[in-house]
Design a protein around this ligand. Structure first.
Ligand SMILES: [Zn+2]
Length: 277
């Protein structure tokens, strides 16, 4: 069933677990993710990034997402990830997405608040949940894009003000994780995460979950993370199928790639559920 993320993430915060948010980019990835959620009988935040609309048009992503969500036996949130343009987000809502992320984290604090506030009002008027980001989660060695950026850590005081003024439902924080493959080892500021979690009353989101390491992810969850975004690990899993199964027939390679994505997501579910109340 298709739903927004408000009640799901509230429950995750209350019971100290996280919901995986895998990024889909074609029909195979969407089907693979949903099949894992059904297998483990847990909700899923099926995400599609605005930046990937050059690979899969938004209209097609909406049709794929709604199709699988409606026939799924578990709650499915169809989430528009990293929406950077208001018109794109409004179009996603019009097409049936049940949740959005307004990413104005490139803007200065006041501008980020202003744009997020406006989009939060629009989303809530349509029954849609909204996530936003303050600070900035770095992009290093991206698989899908060239551009790289540096981390700007989230401050607890700005988190309090941001949440109060924008009324968003969940907050993406920058605590040392990174989009894409890490250049070195992840260096996560758990103390900062704890302070932010104690400062605000809404669920917190971790971007750049891929390759962060299970122990790090578990510590993030026990310190207030309730949604974990995953993308690069799926691409890496497919790449290693292609690299290691040289000579495999095309259809077999597709099947093996889907299986590889499923294995990755199932492992994330294990991590997300450990320590659950
Ligand atoms: Zn992200």
């Amino acid at each position: 069933m298709l739903t927004n993320s408000i009640e799901l993430l509230k429950d995750a915060r209350k019971n100290k677990y996280a919901i995986p948010a895998p990024n889909f980019f074609d029909i195979d990835s969407a089907r693979s993710y949903i099949s894992v959620a059904e297998k483990v009988k847990q909700p899923i935040i099926l995400s599609f990034a605005e930046a990937h609309s050059r690979i899969l048009p938004l209209e097609e992503a909406a049709l794929i997402g709604k199709y699988f969500a409606k026939k799924s036996s578990v709650p499915v949130v169809l989430h528009l990830d990293h929406g950077e343009h208001e018109e794109f987000l409004e179009r996603a809502i019009e097409l049936g997405f049940s949740s959005i992320m307004m990413d104005a984290s490139y803007d200065n604090f006041e501008e980020n608040i202003k744009r997020t506030q406006k989009m939060a009002n629009y989303a809530h008027a349509h029954g849609i949940s909204i996530e936003a980001e303050i600070g900035h989660v770095a992009s290093s060695e991206r698989i899908d894009f060239e551009d790289t950026t540096d981390n700007i850590y989230t401050s607890p005081n700005s988190a309090i003000e941001f949440v109060e003024r924008t009324q968003v439902d969940s907050l993406a924080v920058s605590i040392g994780t990174s989009h894409g493959n890490y250049k070195g080892k992840p260096n996560i500021d758990f103390q900062l995460l704890k302070e932010i979690s104690n400062s605000v009353s809404i669920p917190l989101v971790l971007h750049g979950g891929s390759s962060t390491g299970e122990e790090n992810l578990r510590t993030c969850i026990s310190n207030g993370i309730n949604k974990i975004n995953i993308f690069t690990d799926f691409c890496n899993a497919i790449t290693s199928v292609i690299d290691s199964k040289n000579g495999l027939k095309f259809f077999d390679m597709k099947m093996e790639s889907n299986k590889a994505m499923e294995d990755v997501l199932e492992q994330f579910y294990n991590v997300c559920q450990t320590g659950r109340n």
